[in-house]
Design a protein around this ligand. Structure first.
Ligand SMILES: Nc1ncnc2c1ncn2[C@@H]1O[C@H](COP(=O)(O)OP(=O)(O)O)[C@@H](O)[C@H]1O
Ligand SMILES: [Mg+2]
Length: 233
């Protein structure tokens, strides 16, 4: 039976700055199964990042519910959300967000060391395995400044996978990359989805990138305008 990893039901989000309020999401319903590869597309300001942040428990909705792996996170405390984020979700950002003073391997091993049953040895082993999966075995001891953008993003993806999350969320992961590096990064997402059965959800405004996903969800003005599966060749 298909397992629903993410269930978003009728979610709204009102953001207020000073006296101005914006309804960033106006009733979004979306469910995603284990192992799906989804691209969320839409114009700038349509609510994509807001939705991704809610899916990842970085923020809570104004109304509606969000469940991750069958657990409703809507009314969790910050402490409970932190635990869900650590155990269930990997995040990848446009700007990589690696720690500049640490090597590639140290960056990947760091979240493993913060997990519940870490040992330094197992963290390093797991880090090496993940970097190998992403084709980065020959860059383990390089620092971010010694790596290309595409290589840095692959380190960031390895780090996001460090604690085996069922759900990997990425906001414009190729936004700072040239087309060759973008392709390498998208191939990395695909192999993760295939080899680890991880659910991957990427936000992008680039349709060439979106077309590499199996399913494309289009957001316009805070609402889902289209939700379609691509034909797989
Ligand atoms: N922290 C915030 N405070 C107030 N308004 C915000 C905030 N973040 C985003 N918005 C507004 O919410 C809407 C959706 O933004 P966002 O989710 O960032 O869109 P996208 O990622 O699709 O470009 C926009 O109108 C944006 O200006
Ligand atoms: Mg955005």
């Amino acid at each position: 039976m298909p397992q629903i990893v993410l269930d978003v039901q009728n979610v709204t989000k009102r953001l207020t700055v000073g006296e101005v309020s914006v309804d960033a999401l106006k009733g979004v319903t979306l469910s995603v199964q284990r192992g799906e590869f989804v691209a969320v597309v839409g114009p700038s300001g349509s609510g994509k990042s807001t939705l991704l942040g809610l899916m990842g428990g970085l923020d809570t909705p104004t109304s509606g519910t969000i469940a991750i792996d069958g657990v409703d996170i809507t009314h969790m405390t910050e402490r409970e959300l932190t635990r869900i984020r650590n155990e269930k979700i990997g995040f990848v950002f446009q700007s990589f967000n690696l720690i500049p003073t640490l090597t590639a391997l140290e960056n990947v091993a760091l979240p493993i060391q913060f997990s519940r049953h870490p040992t330094a040895k197992s963290a390093h082993k797991r880090g090496q395995e993940l970097l190998a999966l992403l084709g980065m075995s020959d860059r383990l001891h390089h620092r971010p400044s010694q790596l290309s953008g595409g290589q840095q993003q692959r380190v960031a993806i390895a780090r996001a996978l460090a604690n085996h999350p069922p759900l990997l969320l990425a906001d414009e992961p190729t936004g700072n990359l040239d087309s060759a590096s973008s392709k390498i990064v998208m191939d990395a997402f695909r192999s993760i989805q295939r080899d680890m059965n991880t659910t991957v959800i990427i936000v992008t405004h680039d349709m060439n990138i979106a077309h590499q996903a199996e399913r494309i969800v289009t957001i316009v003005d805070g609402m889902i305008a289209n939700d379609a599966y691509r034909e797989i060749r």
